[in-house]
Design a protein around this ligand. Structure first.
Ligand code: GLA
Ligand code: CA
Length: 762
């Protein structure tokens, strides 16, 4: 290690640039070993502890996003104080001799509500996000200038720890628009980041689409990826560029209703070892994931896949800041590449267990209504100027005969339907539900739809994710032999924000003895002798949010996999502590237990996530394939062109065998190409059938072939022999001219298919 890299992150002005095949820190070669951590996911009291943990791991840099939506909660009102004091975070890093990489968005993804964009942008209904929409760009400029005020004085050129600043985030996974990316670069420069090294991060498959000549290009990929292959294209285009993996995924995020994700420590550390042996810089995403407190967890798509509250990520440092075997294994490797003995691992924070207690007080959900609006048409949450929470839509029904169905277009996100106050059923966006059967109704009966919003989508084109009911509510019935559709109008719309103050006011207005099974606010108390970190177990509760002493802990949902919430010790009092639960579905029992460990992997589903219903398997015996042939071995995208364009709704791919001859078949991503060879949107896609899916060892279900993530994949269960069949419902009939296929990103593309047959069915 050189003198400059061993010394503390400078307090005198310095330089950091991309040199010949290496970064140069104060003119000396420098390998960036960055730990990605997110300040809003760590209570401020613990920032310094986590920074020291990263340093003791062997990292020399911290990498962080700037989350626009926590800094500008209302248009024009900025907050960089307390847990939002990002400059303080950077100063703490510097105090411990760590450099900083800042990724100020405006879009950050990060499994964070709307990818960091503020919801109020959606008040302009026709806004174009992450494009040169004048209003969007105006707000981005104002925000980045505020970031500049906080952080530009802390760049290395000004004696601070910040060595690099990122422009946008993985724009290639969103679109192709160099003028937009250039405009963001200019805004970032004008905000005060004009001398610091600027870079853009993308995937090896798409970084050329938006690559700007004057920025450093870095690649993002995950544990297991074939590293040489990931940098192949970059090396061709820029043989003298330093190499950096700007996001090496240590684990993965969890969504509600699927298994907890893990990635093997050995594989992760092998990747870091390989990169260091080749002088490749990296940022380990996440080194410490922390928690998406309150309502800040985002969602993925296609298929609405909201993320759980824990952002543990199976990272080397746990959600609550503890070490793991992964941590020690990685530390050994980082020690190998450091000429100084790494500092001692900081002491863990104390963990306590709170004895089980009962929640005793209740206030009805109705007491949380802050505003009521009368409207002919349904309106979205954003149109009614609310960011988060629940909405209640009520209207008067005409006479409806038996056998009718109610369709909500679309319910964002979890809708419960009531007639005259009686619960009829739910329409859950996570399950792609749109329709529910309703009983016969008399004219004048009251229909109420209670909708809870979850996190806004943070990835892909679907980030423009309005909440509430987006279009319409319709009833289809058969009246005297005729099909009739009622487009319901004249709504009373109640707004129930999910603020703690609203919950408190509901209790002030009046409370009663709590009973299980009701929808509303619950309040209870527990005693603590000596505060410490703990986990509260909500397995017997329904769906909603929790606060302890007014601090938002996050969302709960009985389906799991997360059943406990992390409570940071600094948020607890010695003596009495208050817990408030907003439960929009109703608890089964009123108990809460304090545990010393979280429950992050306890699924509790009505039906498993497999797509192997024999009735959904098409009989292809008399069908003619639209294509048949062999894929090439190895990593990277391949295209199959059909002999002539064909029409159909169900895309069936039969894997006759695999390249290696082993029985496990896998696909990372698939696209269908339209008549002109262009990739079709996969938003309307659903997984119809797969004869085999491995969701016992990871979440390798069929939906993984269109989840927009190249590092996730569908895989069959070991021991189940080929041929394998998958069927995707394209949502409607399409004309296809071919498909794009991506095997797994790992060395040798394990599970890649050799001979295939493709069918298209009506
Ligand atoms: C991408 C994004 C990150 C995060 C990861 C997945 O790389 O840039 O913000 O969403 O995927 O965890
Ligand atoms: Ca995938």
């Amino acid at each position: 290690m050189t003198a400059s890299s061993a010394s503390a992150a400078a307090d005198k002005p310095g330089t950091f640039v991309a040199g010949d095949k290496t970064f140069l820190l104060n003119d000396e070669p420098f390998v960036v070993k960055a730990a990605e951590v997110h300040y809003p996911r760590i209570p401020k009291e613990y920032w310094e502890h986590r920074i020291e943990m990263c340093k003791a791991l062997g990292m020399n840099t911290l990498c962080l996003y700037v989350f626009w939506n926590i800094h500008e909660p209302k248009e024009g009102e900025f907050d960089f104080t307390g847990n939002n004091d990002i400059a303080e975070f950077c100063r703490l890093a510097q105090k411990h001799g760590m450099y900083v990489i800042v990724r100020p968005g405006p879009y950050v993804c990060a499994e964070w509500e709307m990818g960091g964009l503020p919801w109020w942008l959606l008040k302009k209904k026709d806004i174009k996000l992450r494009e040169q929409d004048p209003y969007f760009m105006e707000r981005v400029k104002i925000f980045e200038n505020e970031v500049g005020k906080q952080l530009a004085p802390l760049t290395i050129q000004n004696g601070g720890p910040i060595i690099m600043v990122q422009v946008e985030n993985e724009y290639g996974s969103y679109g192709t628009d160099k003028p937009y990316v250039s405009a963001i670069r200019d805004i970032v420069k004008e905000a005060g980041f004009d001398k610091v090294a600027l870079f853009q991060c993308d995937w090896s498959s798409n970084f050329t689409n938006n690559g700007l000549d004057d920025l450093v290009w870095t690649m993002n990929f995950g544990t297991g990826a074939n590293i040489d292959n990931q940098f192949k294209k970059l090396k061709e285009l820029r043989p003298n560029s330093p190499l950096m993996c700007s996001e090496f995924w240590s684990g993965w995020f969890d969504k509600w209703g699927a298994n907890h994700e893990t990635r093997k420590a050995d594989d992760m550390v092998a990747g870091i070892d390989e990169m260091l042996s080749k002088g490749i810089s990296f940022s380990l995403y996440m080194t410490h994931g922390g928690t998406s407190f309150g309502h800040w967890a985002g969602a993925n798509s296609p298929g609405f896949a909201p993320d759980v509250t824990s952002y543990d990520y199976d990272a080397p440092i746990t959600e609550w800041g503890a070490v793991t075997p992964k941590y020690y294994l990685l530390r050994e490797t980082l020690q190998k590449y450091s000429d100084k003995k790494l500092p001692a691992v900081p002491k863990a924070k104390p963990i306590i267990a709170v004895p089980q207690f009962e929640i005793t007080e209740f206030a009805p959900l109705q007491a949380g209504v802050q505003k009521t609006v009368e409207s002919r048409d349904v309106q979205t949450m954003e149109a009614l100027d609310m960011g988060w929470g629940s909405m209640q839509y009520t209207t008067t029904l005409p006479a409806i005969p038996a056998g009718a169905t109610l369709a909500i277009n679309d319910a964002h996100d979890y809708a419960q339907v009531f007639i005259n106050g009686k619960y009829i059923g739910k329409i859950d966006r996570v399950k792609n539900e749109k329709v529910i059967s309703i009983p016969a109704c008399k004219a004048g009966d009251k229909l109420t739809i209670l909708i809870e919003a979850m996190g806004r989508i943070n990835f892909g084109r679907a980030i423009k994710d309005f909440k509430g009911i987006t279009e319409s509510v319709k009833i289809s019935a058969n009246v005297d032999g005729h099909d009739v559709t009622y487009d319901l109008k004249n709504w009373t719309i109640d707004l129930i924000p999910d603020d703690f103050a609203v919950a408190e006011a509901a209790f002030t207005a009046g409370s009663s003895q709590a009973k299980a099974g009701e929808r509303g606010y619950y309040r209870g108390y527990f005693d603590v002798k000596k505060p410490g970190d703990t986990f509260l177990d909500f397995s017997t509760w329904g769906k909603g949010q929790v606060w302890v002493n007014g601090h938002p802990l996050g969302r709960i949902w009985s389906i799991g996999p997360q059943q406990t919430l992390y409570v940071p010790g600094p948020w607890l009092n010695k003596g009495r502590n208050e817990v408030v639960v907003l439960d929009i579905a109703g608890p089964k029992a009123l108990t809460v237990a304090g545990l010393k460990e979280p429950k992050l992997d306890n699924l509790n589903l009505e039906k498993n996530n497999l797509h192997n219903n024999p009735g959904d398997r098409p009989d292809l015996n008399s069908d003619t394939p639209v294509a048949a042939g062999s894929f090439k071995p190895g990593n990277g995208w391949q295209t199959v062109k059909f002999a002539s364009p064909a029409k159909g709704r169900y895309l069936c791919i039969e894997a006759l065998n695999t390249q290696s001859g082993a029985d496990v078949a896998a696909i990372a991503e698939l696209y269908a190409l339209d008549g002109k060879g262009q990739r079709l949107s996969r938003e309307p896609w659903t997984a119809k059938y797969a004869d085999s899916e491995n969701d016992a060892q990871g979440n390798h279900t069929l939906d993984k072939v269109y989840d927009l993530q190249e590092s996730t994949y569908w895989a069959t269960v070991p021991g189940v022999a080929a041929p394998h069949l998958i069927v995707i419902d394209l949502g409607s009939e399409q004309t296809l001219s071919g498909i794009d296929y991506l095997p797994r990103a790992e060395q040798g593309a394990p599970g890649s298919i050799k001979d295939y047959k493709i069918y298209l069915r009506k």
